[in-house]
Structure formats: C-alpha cells, structure tokens
Write a protein that binds this ligand. Structure first.
Ligand code: TXA
Ligand code: MG
Length: 317
C-alpha cells in the first residue's frame, strides 16, 4: 500500500489510482473510508472482496455537492430539508435511486441509494478530481473495529489496498448518521454525531430510530455483530480490578491499565477517541494473553446514544 500525503499532487495521484480501478483509503470527518470509483464494476467488486462484505449490504456513495447527489437520487422535501441543514457533513441520506452510471453492485441492487457529501475537504477534493462519485464503506474488515486514524488503517489494511491518502485523525470518530427518506415515514437507521433530537428538530417532528426486521433488510450492517475488537468487551463496568484493562469515562482510576475516553466527561471527545482507543486496548489485551476490555458506563445522551449503539453491537453475538 502506498501512503500518499495530502497535497494537490497527492490528491491527483489518489484520483488516478481510483480511475484505474484501485482502492484508496481516504479521510472523512467521521471515519476513514475505503474508496472505489462508483462507476467501476471491477473496483466495486474488489472492494466487497477486500472488506469481506456480503453483497447484499449496500455502500454509501460519496459526492462533492448536493447538485452532484441529485444526479443519482431523487430528493423529496424531507431529504432536501436535511441536506440543506447538514451537508457537507456527517449525514447519509437514503433516497430513491435514479438510473445512472453508479454500478448496481454498489447499491446491492436496491431501488434506493445512500448518498453523503462529507465535510472533510480532502474527501471532497478527491471526488472533484475523480469527477465521479466514490463508493466507500468504513475502512475496516466487515464486522471489525472501524479505523479513524491513518495508523490504524495501515495496520489493518496495509496488504489489501492500493493506497492511503493521509488526512490525519478523523475529526468526529463515529460513522455518519443514516436517515432513510425513501419511505413514507422517514427514520434513522444509524445513530451518529448528528443526534436523533437534532434530526427531529430540523424536521419539526419526532423521528424514530428503526432497526429493520430481518425480512426487509436494508441496512444489514445494523443487524449484525459489528465494530468488534478481537478482545472480549464487558460493558457498564464500574469497578475495575488490578490486572484489568479498562476504558474509562472521566478520570482514569489509579493503577489500572487502560485509557480514559475523556477526562472531562465530554461526549464528543469520547466519540472521537472510541475506535482509536479500542484499537490500542485490543493490542494491549493481545499482549496480556487475551484479558477482556472492561468499559465504563457511558450516558446515552446526545452523541452518547451513538457511542452506546456501537458498543452494544461490538458485544453482540
Ligand atoms: O461515516 C460514514 O458513513 C462512513 C464514511 C466512510 O463516509 N461510511 C460508512 O459506510 O460507515 P459503511 O458501509 O460502513 O456503512 C454504511 C451503512 C451500512 O449499514 C449500509 O447497510 C447502509 O449504510 N446503507 C447503504 N446503502 C443503503 C440503502 N440503499 N438502504 C439502506 N441502508 C443502506
Ligand atoms: Mg462500517
């Protein structure tokens, strides 16, 4: 894997790799994405193989503007309202799909399409340079811990992808909020930094967080075990013992191995650190022969709800 630094030439080089059907990890404000040219069947197929992602699980199509998004999806009143408020930003909108050059495999042959215009300027420059949308899941193997830093992308995907466009650590640390606007009653499929209350207040009604039934799988990622470290995770732990590995919330207890997500109980800081710290503690656990990682309770307010959502999926069987 080639590491490309962020510069005009670097972005050109990354776009050339994408044009020739290569896979490039690139920064977004949420997490690193594993990018493929969304118009290339070869590249998209390769992406599913690298991620070991089931073919029925669709990808997010990344665009550099709302105008570009409208070439691929039909934006109704609700979708437009959300986009006007939150794009560019950590929000993915599911809308009815337009006939376009986006390959069928990228949207798992659904009649809908998930679109996102990232706030990260490197990501948008890359899309503009490519002059095509980028299909990109989070940079991790299916079901495993998401990567939010270039170091973690390198450690986990070095041998599998063509290049990494270095944009430093992700600003937010959790994947985007996903809102399905393709249905009569819009609902949230994935919680993220933009909270349920914020979406509700933008739409002026209380939107629901809906996990779909297995019969109508639309966001399969939301149903399965996901975001898992190799170590066993134990949630809502208040009293770690010596020898434990502890991920704390607030000041870290003395003489206990581990890290605090945030000294000051700031939930945004905790969200930003969550995946990076789980990677570190996962390595610590391996070095100690597989000691489980104990995680402190995290309040489910604001972005805390999204943090707990990730943690619950990480321990799901
Ligand atoms: O922040 C993010 O969203 C990151 C960065 C790279 O943009 N991307 C990301 O992609 O998290 P991924 O593939 O890990 O998660 C996309 C989620 C999956 O749960 C997928 O099932 C859902 O979006 N999804 C994609 N297209 C969909 C569609 N047409 N209908 C319903 N769900 C869809
Ligand atoms: Mg993912």
């Amino acid at each position: 894997m080639k590491i490309i630094e962020n510069s005009i030439e670097g972005i050109k080089e990354a776009a050339e790799i994408l044009t020739s059907n290569g896979i490039v990890a690139f920064p977004t404000e949420t997490v690193y994405g594993l990018g493929a040219n969304a118009f290339s069947k070869e590249a998209v197929t390769k992406l599913y193989e690298i991620k070991r992602r089931p073919s029925f699980n669709p990808l997010i199509i990344h665009v550099s503007s709302y105008d570009m998004a409208k070439e691929y999806g039909i934006f109704n009143y609700t979708a437009e309202k959300l986009v006007k408020k939150y794009w560019p930003g950590p929000l993915t909108i599911i809308v009815k799909k337009k006939k376009s050059k986006v390959v069928e495999a990228a949207t798992a042959k659904l009649e809908t399409i998930a679109l996102r215009c990232p706030r990260n300027i490197i990501a948008r420059k890359l899309i503009r340079e490519l002059e095509k949308p980028i299909a990109a899941p989070s940079a991790n193997k299916s079901g495993k811990l998401t990567c939010t830093s270039p170091g973690d992308v390198f450690a986990k995907l070095n041998n599998s992808i063509d290049a990494l466009l270095n944009g430093g650590d992700a600003e937010l640390g959790l994947e985007s909020t996903v809102v399905d606007c393709s249905v009569e009653k819009p609902c949230i499929h994935r919680l993220g930094n933009i909270t349920l209350d914020e979406i509700s207040s933008c739409l002026e009604y209380k939107i629901a967080f809906s996990l779909q039934s297995e019969k109508q799988i639309k966001s399969p990622g939301q149903l399965l075990k996901h975001y898992s470290p190799d170590a066993k995770l134990l949630l809502n732990q208040n009293k770690p013992n010596r020898g434990d590995i502890f991920l704390s919330f607030g000041p870290h207890p003395k003489e206990i191995d581990g890290l605090t997500l945030t000294e000051s109980k700031n939930l945004e800081e905790a969200a930003k650190n969550l995946f990076t710290f789980l990677h570190i503690l996962d390595r610590m656990s391996e070095a100690k022969g597989g000691v489980p990682i104990k995680v402190a309770p995290i309040p489910s307010i604001g972005v805390g709800a999204a943090i707990n959502d990730r943690l619950l999926r990480a321990v799901a069987k």
